[in-house]
Design a binder for this molecule. Structure first.
Ligand code: GLA
Length: 392
C-alpha cells in the first residue's frame, strides 16, 4: 500500500488543509465467478493493494478531486452534480456524491485526494476500492455512518446507476467488509457470510497476464444477459426460480433445449460454480487443500469453456502454474477477458513459483507478467494520523 503520510502531505500542499485519510482494498476472488448477480455464492479476499482517499471540507461549494494516479484535478459544483458519468476516472468519486445526494444527504464542498496501487484494468477491483474509499471519506465528512453491507450496496449503485457498469455486489462488498487472513464466503442473496481462514502456510500469488480487463465493455454485459435469458426459460416452467441460484443441472437437462446454445453453456457454468464455491469454502475451512485446488481447476475450465470468459494468455498462465511445485490451485479471477490469475501456493515454494511462472509465461506468450505475493487484508477503514499500518 502507498504511504498515507505522503498522501497527507500531498493533500496539504495542494489544498492547504489537513485531510482525514481512509483506505479501501482491492480484492482477489478465489472462486465463484459471475455468480453474484445470479444471487449465488462468491469467495473473495481483500488484498494489500489499496486506494487511499484524503478529504477536507471547503467553503466555496466546490468539489475538487485530485487523482495522483492520473495526475489530474477535476472540479464540480456540489449543488449541481452531473446526472450520469462521462467515462472518466472521476465518475467513481463523483458518482459516490451523486448516490449519497439521492439518499437525501446534503453534499457540501470538499477537496479529495486519491492515490491507489491496485493495478488498473487487471481484474483486482481498482474501481471498487476507489468507490469504497471515497464513500467512507464523504460519509465521514457529512457525519453519516452506514453499516458495511449498506455501504457496499451504495457503491454498487454508483457503478450500476452512474458509471453504467452492470456489476454485482462482490467487489464492493469485500472491499468494505474484508477480514485480515481470511477469505469470505458471501451469499449474494442476503449478504450473509462465513469467514474461511487462509492457512499461514498458503501464499496468495496473483499473476497478471498483462491483458487488460474491463467490465464496462460489452462482454460482461452480454454474458450477464445470456445468464438472465437462461433463467427466464427455467422460470417459465418453475416460476419459483427468480435467479440461477435457484436452478439445478436437472433444470438444464429438462429445458436447456429451449435456450440458445450460449445461454445453456453460461447457465451450466453459473449453476455448477455455485455448488463448487460452497464446496470450496467447506474444503478451506476443514483444511482440505487438495480438494480446494481441484475445485479451483474445475472452476477455471468451466469459466474458460462454458462461460468463454478466459483468453489464451490466462489459460496459459493456469496451465503453466499447474506443472509447478507447490501449487494448490490456480484459476482466472474476476470479471474475465484478461486480468489476473490467482494461485494458491504452499508458502515455502512461493518465491521459486513466482520466478518459474514468470519465465515460463514470458517464453510462451512473449510478455513479462507482473506476479505478486499478496496478503489477505482487512476491509476499508479510517487511518489515524501518525499510525503507520502494518498492512491494512
Ligand atoms: C466483476 C464484477 C463482479 C462480478 C465479477 C465476476 O468483478 O464487478 O460483480 O460479477 O466480475 O465474478
Amino acid at each position: 500500500m502507498h504511504d498515507p503520510a505522503v498522501l497527507r502531505s500531498m493533500h496539504l500542499a495542494r489544498f492547504h488543509a489537513e485531510p482525514s485519510v481512509f483506505v479501501a482494498p482491492g480484492r482477489v476472488n478465489l472462486i465463484g465467478e459471475h455468480t453474484d448477480y445470479a444471487e449465488g455464492f462468491v469467495m473473495p479476499v481483500a488484498i494489500n493493494f489499496a486506494t487511499l482517499a484524503g478529504i477536507s471540507p471547503r467553503t466555496d461549494g466546490k468539489i475538487v478531486i485530485y487523482s495522483e494516479n492520473f495526475g489530474e484535478e477535476k472540479t464540480f459544483d456540489a449543488a449541481s452534480l452531473p446526472a450520469k458519468g462521462s467515462k472518466d476516472w472521476s465518475d467513481y468519486p463523483v458518482g459516490v456524491a451523486v448516490i449519497l445526494a439521492g439518499e437525501g444527504n446534503k453534499i457540501p464542498g470538499f477537496s479529495l485526494s486519491l492515490w491507489g496501487d491496485v493495478p488498473l484494468g487487471s481484474g483486482l477491483s481498482s474501481s471498487a476500492a476507489l468507490e469504497v474509499a471515497t464513500m467512507l471519506a464523504v460519509t465521514s465528512l457529512i457525519g453519516v455512518t452506514y453499516p458495511g453491507p449498506v455501504l457496499a450496496r451504495l457503491c454498487q449503485r454508483v457503478e450500476n446507476e452512474f458509471v453504467g457498469a452492470n456489476c454485482g455486489i462482490m467487489d464492493q462488498f469485500i472491499s468494505a467488509n474484508g477480514a485480515k487472513d481470511h477469505a469470505l464466503l458471501l451469499d449474494c442473496r442476503d449478504l450473509s457470510f462465513k469467514l474461511a481462514p487462509i492457512p499461514e502456510n498458503v501464499a496468495l500469488v496473483i499473476a497478471n497476464t498483462m491483458v487488460k480487463h474491463a467490465i464496462t465493455g460489452g462482454e460482461y454485459t452480454s454474458r450477464r444477459a445470456e445468464v438472465e435469458a437462461a433463467c427466464a426459460v427455467i422460470a417459465n416452467h418453475r416460476p419459483g426460480v427468480k435467479f440461477l441460484r435457484d436452478a439445478t443441472v436437472e433444470d438444464l437437462e429438462k429445458w436447456g433445449a429451449e435456450m440458445t446454445p450460449n445461454s445453456l453453456k453460461r447457465a451450466r457454468h453459473v449453476i455448477t460454480e455455485n455448488t463448487r464455491t460452497v464446496a470450496a469454502a467447506e474444503a478451506l475451512i476443514r483444511g482440505d487443500l487438495k480438494e480446494l485446488g481441484r475445485l479451483m481447476a474445475e472452476a477455471h475450465w468451466s469459466y474458460s469453456h462454458d462461460f468463454e470468459a478466459s483468453c489464451v494468455e490466462a489459460d496459459a498462465m493456469v496451465e503453466l502454474a499447474q506443472g509447478l511445485p507447490g501449487l494448490i490451485g490456480a484459476r482466472l479471477t474476476g470479471g474475465g477477458f484478461g486480468g489476473c490469475t490467482i494461485n494458491l501456493v504452499k508458502r515455502e515454494h512461493a518465491e521459486a513459483f513466482v520466478e518459474a511462472l514468470a519465465s515460463l509465461y514470458t517464453e510462451r506468450i512473449g510478455i513479462r507478467p507482473q506476479i505478486h505475493i499478496c496478503q489477505a487484508s482487512g476491509g476499508a477503514h479510517r487511518l489515524e494520523k501518525d499510525v503507520i499500518p502494518a498492512s491494512l
